[in-house]
Design a binder for this molecule. Structure first.
Ligand SMILES: Cc1cc2nc3c(=O)[nH]c(=O)nc-3n(C[C@H](O)[C@H](O)[C@H](O)COP(=O)(O)OP(=O)(O)OC[C@H]3O[C@@H](n4cnc5c(N)ncnc54)[C@H](O)[C@@H]3O)c2cc1C
Length: 421
């Protein structure tokens, strides 16, 4: 049977490092994740099964260090023009086993992008937080944006300019004092060690200089994480509430500074969308493997199911979706890497393109996986086949980062120069 490597990738811009780490991750998922993943749903609170493979990948293999500069013990990927393409490969390999795990993995690096990547490396914060990541124990970061009144408005920086953010950072001498309540950040529910917190320094203000992204160690007095939510899937990604009550951190824990935090927020959005496509691709690759087994093993009138015209049509559509979505995803990653060609990844143009790529990819993946579920009849929802797990998990990719509607608004706004959206 053909394996997952039959699907197209842009060979001309793959990176040796990404490929090497991709192979290591493939071996790790085969041994440490796939045999255990069926138990992950019930493990959403404790992470007894989920923690050990994370410990190996992030801590023992040292992959949590990759973004930090080499002289601080990192791998220097923050400086690489292949960062996103390499990340795409890693994300899809992990998502093939478990997309919740891929999300949790990706978010370890998400807030760190703000301090480790060119052209806005914050050397002092890199020096401050690098030692935390240079350990054999897994370290989890989170990026806390969403609030009880709504997440999309906070991400809609171009139009709302932070005016709806209610988590407030007030300057007191040489410290920030933070108060607020966040919902849903990946890698919370008790696991977060380091938080990037989207705050306002002046509630209601539409001045981008008042948007502040501030790093908060999770053990700072006044930080409380609630338990992990029980959700449809992605149990390896713990999401929960965080409360900040008079939390004090040094002023220099602000990621990039007035104006720049708002500007580089766009980069977070572009990269989050790029990663989301990799999660969808990884999931589809594993479903392809399962589907191969199913249509070869099951028969219809004495022939393998795949030899039936109508079935072959569904198989062709599924393979075509993987082909197309994977290429879109790699192109999105390449666009985020080659800022010299495509413009800065925080620009409204790149943000709009990445949102377009993501929502198209997520919609196509869900549609295609739904058809596979139909084809597999009662084996689709059978947990033994893992397809229903991926189907539940991947719905999430459509919902986050402001969901589809905010993506549509931003895409229309850029391509059609809408003025009121
Ligand atoms: C698995 C998972 C992981 C997550 N990880 C994180 C994380 O790491 N950090 C974090 O901060 N959050 C995270 N979230 C939260 C997620 O990003 C938010 O749920 C999302 O941004 C939407 O916010 P909301 O649920 O508050 O919906 P709202 O923003 O309240 O939106 C409600 C509805 O209005 C629509 N809408 C929004 N804006 C517009 C518009 N301009 N025009 C028309 N319709 C609009 C939305 O699409 C939605 O249908 C995660 C969520 C999930 C499920």
């Amino acid at each position: 049977m053909r394996g997952i490597d039959v699907f197209s990738r842009p060979l001309e811009y793959l990176t040796p490092l990404g490929e090497q780490v991709g192979e290591i991750i493939r071996e790790w998922v085969e041994k440490e994740v796939i045999p255990y993943r069926r138990g992950f749903d019930e493990d959403y609170l404790e992470h007894r099964l989920i923690h050990p493979p994370f410990k190996k990948l992030l801590g023992e293999y040292g992959i949590q260090r990759i973004l930090f500069p080499e002289d601080l013990g990192g791998w220097g990927l923050g400086h690489s023009e292949y960062l996103c393409v390499a990340a795409f490969r890693m994300f899809e390999e992990i998502a093939r086993a478990d997309s919740g795990m891929a999300v949790a993995f990706g978010v370890v690096f998400w807030p760190l992008v703000l301090i480790c990547c060119e052209p806005h490396v914050n050397r002092r914060l890199c020096e401050e937080f690098a030692p935390m990541f240079m350990t054999n124990e897994p370290v989890f970061s989170c990026l806390a944006m969403t609030e009880p009144q709504g997440g999309s408005d906070i991400e809609n920086v171009e139009v709302l300019k932070g005016s709806t953010i209610r988590t407030v950072a007030v300057r007191d001498g040489d410290e920030w004092v933070i108060n607020g309540h966040k919902l849903w950040p990946t890698n919370t529910g008790g696991v977060a060690d380091l938080m990037g917190v989207v705050c306002t320094t002046n509630p209601g203000s539409r001045n981008p200089e008042d948007i502040a992204i501030i790093f908060v160690p999770a053990d700072a007095p006044g930080v409380t994480q609630g338990p992990a939510y029980e959700k449809a899937g992605m149990a390896a990604d713990k999401n929960g509430d965080i409360w900040f009550e008079n939390v004090r951190v040094p002023l220099w824990y602000r990621a990039c500074g007035p104006g720049d935090d708002a500007k580089y927020y766009g980069e977070i959005v572009s990269m989050g969308n790029m990663g989301s496509i990799a999660f969808a691709v990884g999931v589809m690759l594993n479903i392809y493997e399962k589907l191969q087994e199913y249509v070869n093993r099951k028969t219809y009138r004495g022939m393998p199911l795949k030899e039936n015209d109508a079935v072959a049509g569904v198989l062709a559509d599924f393979a075509t979706t993987i082909e197309a979505v994977r290429i879109i995803g790699y192109q999105c990653a390449r666009m985020c890497d080659r800022q010299d060609l495509y413009g800065p990844r925080w620009s409204p143009e790149v943000v709009a393109r990445a949102r377009a790529h993501r929502y198209f990819a997520a919609d196509r993946a869900l549609e295609a996986i739904g058809k596979v579920m139909n084809l597999m009849e009662c084996f689709g929802p059978d947990r033994d086949w893992d397809v229903e797990k991926h189907w539940r998990d991947i719905k999430m990719v459509q919902l986050w980062l402001g969901g589809k509607q905010l993506s549509q608004m931003e895409v229309a706004r850029w391509f059609f120069e809408c003025e009121t959206l």
